[in-house]
Design a protein around this ligand. Structure first.
Ligand code: MN
Length: 315
């Protein structure tokens, strides 16, 4: 499938790059690295996303679009490259305009689009982009290496999660050889949290309940508003809950608005995170998953707790 995608990229001339809503390090790293490769190959492209790219993930300038495409190509784009996208539900309001080519590493990816390269053995979509760029003989510049390294670092939790394989270290070594700076990336990703994150965390820690191997907590839209925070400011809190000794499943819910909530899940030894997320129509990886749902975080917390308990007991 990788070869086929390399062929499509070689043959076609105009592309759009789409990733999931609320892009994380892997989404931004893979999109930026591929965009830079398209520039190197002389292709026309545009990055199209439904939610803004977090500024702290822009470790290099973002190639926004190649301005030539509007003049050269009225049928833009021929190809829509969907990166780190497990299904069409995660790209928000975006409607791909070209042939849909998917590159993704989520285990819940059922295969969709015109061409789909889904491989859950890969640590990250960024790792897949590294292989794709090698197949395309694109030079891995320092900027490309930095973005791919960032994506791998992000999705392995800084070389911590079970997807931290020998191959991940081999790829990381090659990226460092090409100029990626591990300390710079780690500093940007790990030691760069806004104070507002800790304001929310403070509230969440006072509220969390730890029972039967589950740590569950939530934050409401009223509380976020009082703190002058957005739901996005609370991302990463689930990792804190999952770090508590003895916690098998961490559940963190936040209101997105007055009628919609998002739940993040992490499990330690079992696939309870994914199974719980799937029970509510979500997905992700075995040990890191999530879902969005109609309702309020506060009311949903005990419901998700009950479902999660079922899965850690049967796993
Ligand atoms: Mn990813």
């Amino acid at each position: 499938m990788k070869k086929k995608i390399a062929e499509i990229i070689r043959e076609k001339s105009s592309f759009e790059i789409i990733t999931h809503e609320w892009p994380d390090a892997d989404a931004v790293g893979s999109s930026t690295a591929l965009a830079m490769a398209l520039v190197a190959l002389g292709k026309d492209f545009q990055i199209v996303n439904s939610t803004p790219t977090p500024e702290h993930l822009l470790l290099t300038p973002l190639p926004e679009k190649n301005s030539k495409f509007e003049i050269r190509n009225s049928k833009f784009p021929e190809v829509s490259l969907l990166l780190d996208v497990s299904d069409m539900g995660v790209i928000g309001e975006i409607k791909p305009k070209g042939m849909v080519v998917v590159i993704d590493h989520h285990a819940t990816n059922q295969g969709f689009g015109d061409v789909c390269w889904a491989d859950s053995r890969m640590s990250s979509t960024s790792e897949m982009i590294y292989e794709l760029l090698n197949a395309l003989d694109v030079e891995i510049t320092e900027q490309i290496a930095t973005n791919i390294y960032m994506g791998i670092f992000g999705d392995t939790g800084g070389f911590v999660h079970p997807n931290t394989t020998k191959k991940v270290f081999e790829v990381a070594k090659e990226l460092v050889n090409k100029g990626a700076n591990p300390n710079y990336v780690a500093d940007k990703l790990k030691k760069n949290k806004p104070i507002i994150y800790y304001n929310i965390l403070c509230l969440v820690i006072q509220r969390m309940s730890v029972k039967d191997g589950i740590c569950a907590a939530y934050v409401t839209s009223e509380e976020l508003r009082d703190l002058n925070a957005t739901p996005e400011d609370a991302s990463g809190i689930v990792e804190e809950l999952a770090s508590i000794a003895g916690v098998e499943l961490a559940i963190f819910l936040r209101d997105i608005d007055s009628c919609k909530a998002h739940c993040s899940l992490r499990s330690r030894n079992t696939n309870a995170a994914r199974l719980t997320a799937q029970a509510f129509g979500g997905g992700g990886h075995d040990k890191a998953a999530g879902f969005s749902i109609q309702g309020r975080a506060k009311e949903l917390a005990p419901v998700v707790f009950k479902e999660g308990l079922r899965w850690i007991q049967t796993a």
